[in-house]
Design a protein around this ligand. Structure first.
Ligand SMILES: Cc1cc2nc3c(=O)[nH]c(=O)nc-3n(C[C@H](O)[C@H](O)[C@H](O)COP(=O)(O)OP(=O)(O)OC[C@H]3O[C@@H](n4cnc5c(N)ncnc54)[C@H](O)[C@@H]3O)c2cc1C
Length: 417
């Protein structure tokens, strides 16, 4: 008799990794995705020959789950240089990782951001996070990242404000550094031991690679799920499908809606990303630029084509500019404030930059306050018998989404054997 498939609602990284693990164990699966394309928050548009990711984002090569599940050489990863360029008090200063860029040691030591003692504290933090396991980190108090940096590590407020705040508010997509210090320490280790990188064909190459490993016919796109129960789903248009088990692999708010409240949606962290085309790149380094001043809307900027030339047509530059939060601000006013700030950084050439597209993403990441990170042994089953996965069930990242998908699949197999 033909086995009913496991139905996975959502074709983002979590849903695809869940499907992959189930397929590996010979369990039939169908992924049902409401959009025309898979990938969820990791997608890329082709616009006038430019590759525009849906909001600036990068793959960290040290993510354990990505390392285990992805074929990195096939993604043709293009790395950012370790470190960042900080725009502060009218100039750009480089903050490099001296372990990986010893040639930048002197310029980093004397760049005027933070104190000399901060450099020693940075070395100590790096040593600590690289030495400790996640389980050891979890035994320490979970504070906000800001409190951890100021009180536990003893960094100067200057270093926190001009370096950690712009860097990590662009990662957490919240400006207060209110995110869990356990998660911060995990990420600091990931940043210290791998590269931030972009696949040559855009971030969408990641879900595409995962989907390519699934049996033909196991993904159904352009199909919205309207309601679910533990062994059936209802589609928009009235069709219903029976399942061996149902896995919700949608973002937090939709998971709360479809599970009728048995899953609680986390608060949202938001971002807006402006992509500009320029005839000439405003800088030559493949470095992330951080706004180290508290003025202006910009959080970070990247000349994406310096990192991955395939993101732009020949002799053109692609620049991404990200603004954290600010979902209620008028978009045109935001663009003009962004341009004004860019003008003060790079001069009047900015007036020739063409805005290609703006991505405004209200639910970019789930908030992760102290205490919110899931224990590794957590259950991916809700009280009413549904399974679920997604970044908000593990950690707000590519790593978390992929890991949650695989772990949820293992629990489905264990409970339906
Ligand atoms: C701008 C931005 C920058 C980021 N930067 C980074 C970064 O640099 N590094 C990093 O590690 N992470 C980053 N992230 C986070 C990372 O992209 C996400 O954590 C991850 O992609 C979440 O995957 P997911 O599968 O959990 O959810 P999603 O990708 O949200 O997938 C859910 C899927 O479910 C589908 N769906 C929803 N409702 C229904 C329905 N009713 N029926 C059928 N399908 C449905 C959706 O269309 C979607 O495809 C960033 C995210 C954003 C938005």
């Amino acid at each position: 008799m033909e086995q009913k498939p496991v139905l996975i609602v959502g074709g983002g990284l979590a849903g695809l990794c869940c499907a992959r693990e189930l397929s590996r164990q010979q369990v039939p699966v169908v992924v049902i995705e409401s959009e025309a394309e898979i990938g969820g928050r990791v997608r890329t548009d082709l616009v006038d020959g430019f590759r525009l990711d849906h909001g600036f984002q990068v793959l960290q090569t040290a993510y354990p789950e990505a390392t285990a599940q992805l074929n990195y050489p096939a993604l043709q990863l293009r790395p950012f240089a370790p470190g960042a360029l900080i725009r502060t008090q009218g100039r750009f200063v480089e903050m490099s990782d001296p372990w990986r860029r010893p040639d930048k040691l002197l310029s980093t030591l004397f760049n005027g951001v933070g104190t000399f003692a901060d450099r020693l504290r940075l070395a100590k933090l790096r040593w600590n996070v690289c030495r400790k396991t996640d389980a050891e980190i979890r035994k320490t108090p979970d504070l906000s990242t800001r409190r951890f940096l100021l009180e536990t590590c003893g960094f100067s407020p200057d270093l926190v404000e001009r370096f950690f705040r712009p860097w990590f508010s662009g990662v957490f997509l919240e400006k207060e550094l209110a995110t869990s210090s356990h998660y911060f320490q995990f990420l600091f280790r990931i940043f210290a031991t791998g590269n931030a990188s972009l696949p040559a064909e855009g971030m969408a190459a990641i879900p595409q690679q995962l989907a390519a490993a699934l049996p033909a016919g196991s993904i159904r796109t352009g199909t919205k799920v309207t309601s679910v129960s533990p062994h059936a789903i209802q589609l928009e248009g009235g069709e219903s499908l029976e399942a061996r088990a149902v896995v919700l692999a949608v973002a937090g708010p939709e998971a709360a809606r479809l599970s009728q409240g048995s899953i609680t949606s986390p608060a949202a962290c938001s971002t807006t990303c402006f992509y500009f085309a320029a005839a000439k790149a405003p800088m030559s380094q493949p470095l992330l630029v951080l706004n180290g001043d508290e003025t202006g809307p910009i959080n970070n900027l990247s000349v994406v084509s310096n990192v991955a030339p395939s993101y732009a047509p020949e002799n053109m530059a692609l620049i991404s500019v990200s603004v954290t939060g600010e979902m209620t601000a008028d978009l045109q006013q935001m663009e003009s404030a962004v341009r004004q700030q860019l003008n003060s950084w790079f001069g009047s050439a900015v007036t020739t930059w063409k805005l290609l597209r703006t991505y405004r993403i209200p639910f970019a990441l789930p908030a992760q306050p102290p205490g919110s990170l899931a224990a590794p042994e957590k259950s991916f089953r809700t009280a009413n018998g549904l399974f679920h996965c997604g970044d908000f069930t593990a950690s707000a990242s590519i790593h978390g989404a992929m890991l949650s998908g695989r772990l949820a699949a293992q629990q489905v197999i264990a409970s339906t054997r």
